[in-house]
Ligand binder design. Structure first.
Ligand SMILES: Nc1nc2c(ncn2[C@@H]2O[C@H](COP(=O)(O)OP(=O)(O)OP(=O)(O)O)[C@@H](O)[C@H]2O)c(=O)[nH]1
Ligand SMILES: [Mg+2]
Length: 317
């Protein structure tokens, strides 16, 4: 049963209510979709920033500093740190809490880490659900931080209006960036830890790669910003570039289009997720198990059995 009072509390931004609802999302609770249905009319006002990059690149430090800028502008900031490598909440992100301590006490900031390893629907579904929730709760800016491992960085781009890829000067990163298709998802590169040796070479290498990218006046060309997040250097430039990207999207009528496309992909994911759940009911698991022996008696095949299961699914529904 949907608790209407919880909905009301979320809409006015009550922290404990938000935290509880995010727990539902995280635990794949069946009520999640019911709550999100109720809240959806309030969703859509927040600006969503995705931050991804290799482990330890400085994503949380940048998030922390950016948040301070937004707080000065009186904007409320919701932060979701997604850890796709951990099945537990908290553990790997303990460090984040420490680094974000100074913003963690601020009532205009909500920080939550989510562990998504092994979860059905993966990172995108849960992170987007949580972002929607914070959006409905009145946060102006939502920052989604995730370690860039495999699919997760592509997922974050699917959830963000502006995607930031953080890299460090250590060799290979720029080449790696190309390989991982980061070029396609980044609206902005941040070369962090520019206090370290090799930063100028890394910058030049990245520039060279970016120059190959085809673009015209209707496509956004990502910039590379040099930063030393730890010393708060380059952060204003990052904030400015996010604003420029946002203005570009709006100016070129791409903002709604981008969100529409993201929503389309999301709906497909939800449909597939739900169908899969319904498909593997106890009854059809049973049908599968009981049909298996026929394969080994030599009078059936995986295709025969698959067709039988699909037929049974459609007949029943
Ligand atoms: N030298 C140097 N260290 C930095 C800089 N920015 C952040 N760090 C340090 O790098 C370490 C990792 O920073 P985080 O912000 O936690 O990096 P992260 O990308 O969020 O890390 P994960 O979430 O674990 O992937 C911390 O010890 C930071 O203090 C910088 O510009 N220069
Ligand atoms: Mg972090």
């Amino acid at each position: 049963m949907v608790d209407k009072s919880l909905i009301d509390k979320i809409i006015v931004g009550e922290r404990r209510a938000i935290a509880r609802a995010i727990s539902y999302i995280e635990s794949d609770n069946n009520l999640t979709s019911e709550y999100l249905k109720e809240l959806y009319s309030k969703v859509g006002n927040a600006y969503r920033i995705g931050i991804t990059g290799p482990p330890g690149a400085g994503k949380s430090t940048i998030t922390n500093q950016l948040t301070k800028i937004y707080r000065k502008q009186n904007k409320k900031v919701g932060i979701i740190a997604v850890d796709p490598t951990s099945p537990f909440t908290g553990g790997a992100l303990l460090g984040d809490r420490v680094r974000m301590n100074d913003i963690g006490m601020d009532n205009g900031v909500f920080i939550r880490s989510m562990a998504t390893r092994g979860s059905l629907g993966g990172l995108s579904k849960k992170a987007i659900d949580a972002a929607d929730l914070l959006d409905a709760a009145g946060f102006d800016i939502i920052i989604l931080e995730t370690v860039g491992v495999g699919q997760s960085e592509l997922d974050i781009a699917q959830a963000a209006d502006t995607t930031i890829v953080v890299l460090v000067p250590e060799s290979g990163d720029s080449v790696q960036a190309m390989k991982a298709g980061l070029m396609e998802i980044a609206d902005l590169f941040v070369l962090n830890k520019c206090d370290r040796p090799g930063s100028q070479q890394a910058y030049t290498a990245l520039q060279t790669i970016l120059m190959i990218k085809e673009h015209d006046e209707n496509t956004w060309l990502p910039k590379i910003i040099k930063a030393i997040a730890q010393e708060n250097k380059g952060i204003n430039e990052i904030a400015d570039e996010i604003e420029k990207h946002k203005a570009f999207l709006i100016d070129k009528n791409l903002f709604q289009l981008k969100r529409q496309n993201q929503t389309k992909v999301r709906i497909k994911e939800i449909v597939e997720h739900k169908l899969k759940d319904e498909l593997w009911s106890e009854e059809r698991e049973h049908l599968l198990n009981s049909s298996l022996k026929n394969i080994f008696l030599g009078n059936s095949s995986p295709y025969h059995i698959a067709e039988k299961i699909i037929q049974q699914f459609f007949n029943k529904s």
